[in-house]
Design a protein. Sequence first.
Length: 652
Amino acid sequence: MHTFGNRRDIDGLRALAVVPVLLFHFGLGLNGGFVGVDVFFVISGFLITSIIFREISAGRFSFVDFWARRARRIVPAVTVVVLATLAFGWILLTPKDYAELGREVRYQSMFMSNLLFMRQDGYFDSASDFKPLLHTWSLAVEEQYYIFFPLLMVLATRYVRHWRWLLLGLLVLSFGLNIWAMKHKPEAAFFLLPMRAWELLCGAMLAVAPTPKDRLPSWLYQAISLSGFAAVVLAMLSFDKTTQFPGWAALLPVLGTTAMIWANGHPASWVGRFLSIKPLVAIGLISYSLYLWHWPIHVYANAISADGISDPEAIGWILLAAVLAWLSWRFVELPFRERRVLAGRKPILIGGLLTLAVLALMGQAVRSNEGVPQRLSGQALQYAQSREWGAGQMDCFLLGSKKSKDLDKLCRAGGSTDAAPSHLIWGDSHAAALWPGVRSAAEQAHVPVWLASMSGCAPLVSTATSKRCQDFNALNVERVRAQKIPDVTLAARWSLYIYGLEDGNKSNVLRKHESIPRNEAYFAEALKAQIAELRAAGAQVWLFKEVPQQRKGSIERLSSLARVGLSAAQVGRPAAELDARQAFINQLFATLSEADPGVHLIDPEPLLCEGGLCRAEVDGHSLYKDEDHLSDLGGEKMQPLFIPVFRATPRI
C-alpha cells in the first residue's frame, strides 16, 4: 500500500492541475489546460482511498467520520462562493440568466449539477462561458463517487478475496463506457460519473497497490516520473476544444498523473522535488478555493466587458481570484478543517446538510420568481426586456420538432386578411423575427402580406431533412401556385445550413458529413432549384440576406454593463468578420440576381452596421433577442427595407 505521509509534491501537483485550468478558461494560451480537472480526479482518488484503506485495515473506518471530513473539506468554501455568486448575479444578470443561476444553485446544493449541465450546451460551447457555476460539475462527480465508493471498499475488503481485481474490473468497465459514450453520447462521457469513475479509480488502485518487496532502482522512478510529467504537459500543450475528450485522449493526463504520484514518492525524483518547491505548494494549498472562485469571476468579468476580456485584464482577474482563494482558505477552510468551528462529527454533518438545504431553497426561490425582474430598472431593464419577443413573432412560426400535422400557422398583415396575398415571406425563425417591420411596411403600403416560417427549416424544398419540414416547404410552394402570389421573399439564417454554428455544432448543416465546399455546392444547387420553381409559378423572388450575428454573450453584456454604469455602445461585432463568413453566400446571391431580373436582394446590414461595427444596441435598446434573432426593435428597424418592395414591385 502506498501512503502519502507528508507528500509536499502532491500539493505541487495540485498547482499543476489548477493553474492550467485558470489559464485555459481566461484564454491565456494553454488550450489543453482543461485536463487539470482530470489531474484533480486522480489525486482525489489516491488521497481519499489511502485514508479509507488505512482505516479499514486498522478496523476503525466509520462512515460518519468519513462524511464529516468530506463536509469539512467541501461545504464551507463552496457555500461562500455560491452566496457571492448569487450576490453578484443579483447585480449583473438579466432575469432570465439569474433564474438559470438559481437552478444551478439548486442542483449544486444536491451535488447534481453535472446532470443539469449535461442536458444543456457542451462544456466547450461558447454558451457555457456564461454559466457561473458550470465548474461545479466536477465537484458533483466526485461527491457522487464518494457516496458509493466507501461502501464498496468496506464490502469488497470484507467479502471479496481478490477485491483489488474487482476495483480493476470496475476501472476497465468505466473506461469502456467512456469510449462507448464518446461515440454515442459525448456529453454523457464528459459529465457523468460512470464514464469518469475510472479516473478516480486510477488513483484508488495506486493507493491500494501492494508495496514492491524488492527495492527498485532509482533510475526507474526517475524515468516513470519524467514520463508522467511529460504526458500531462503534452496534453496541456497539444489538446484544445476540438480534441475528442475524454475518450482515449484522457489516458495521457490520467496515466501521467498516476505515474507521477507513484514515482514522486521516491526521494530522488527530480519532478517530485520540483513540485515540492514553496510557490507550487502554496498554490496547491489554496487550489480548491482557487478553482471555486476563478470561474464565477471569469463569467462576471466577461459580463461587464464590452468585447471580451483582454489578456492584461485576465491577469488582473486571476490575481483577484488568487487573493479571494487565500482569504477563503485562511478564514473559511482552515477553521473548519482544524475543527475550530463545529468541532464534533454531528454538528458538522447537521450544519452541512442544513447549509446545503438553505442554498437549495434560495436557488429555488430565485428560479420560482423568474430571476426577480423587479431588481432591474431603467436602461438595464430595457435591455433585459429585449430578450423576449412581444410583437407577435411567436404567432408567425412553427416549431420544427413539433409532431402536430397542423402546418397552416402564419401571420397576415396589410389590406384585407381574407384577400390573397401579394407577397409571401417564407423562411425559418429568422423570417419570423422580421415580423414587426414587415407588418408595419405592409400596413403602410396597404398590401396584403403573409409570413410563414418554421424553426430550423431552410426555405428550400429539396433540402428538407425532416418530414415536417418537407411538408411545410411543399405547402408554401403550393400556396404560391394556388394563390398566384406574385412576390416571395426567402429569409433564413443561411450560414447555419452550410457551416453550422460558429462553436462547431453542425446539427443543422444540410449534409453533416460533407466538406464545406461540397456543402456550399449543394446549397447553391438547392437555392437555384427553389428559385426556378418559384419563377416557374410566376413569382418574383427576393433574397433577404442574413442578419449580422453577434458573439455569444453580447446580449447578456448589455444589461450587465448598464447595471454598473458602463457604456454598451461598443458591444457589437466587426462587419468585416461577418462579411468573411458570408462571403460565399453573398457572392451566390449576387450572381443569381444578376442572372435573372426577377431575382432581387434585400440587405439588412446597412441598417444594423455603421463605421465597420454591427452594434448590438441603439439608444438603450437591444437590437437582438439573442445572438442571432432580431428583437422587437431590431425587427421594426427592417421596415424601410420592405416599404419599397411592397409598394412598387416591377412585374417580370
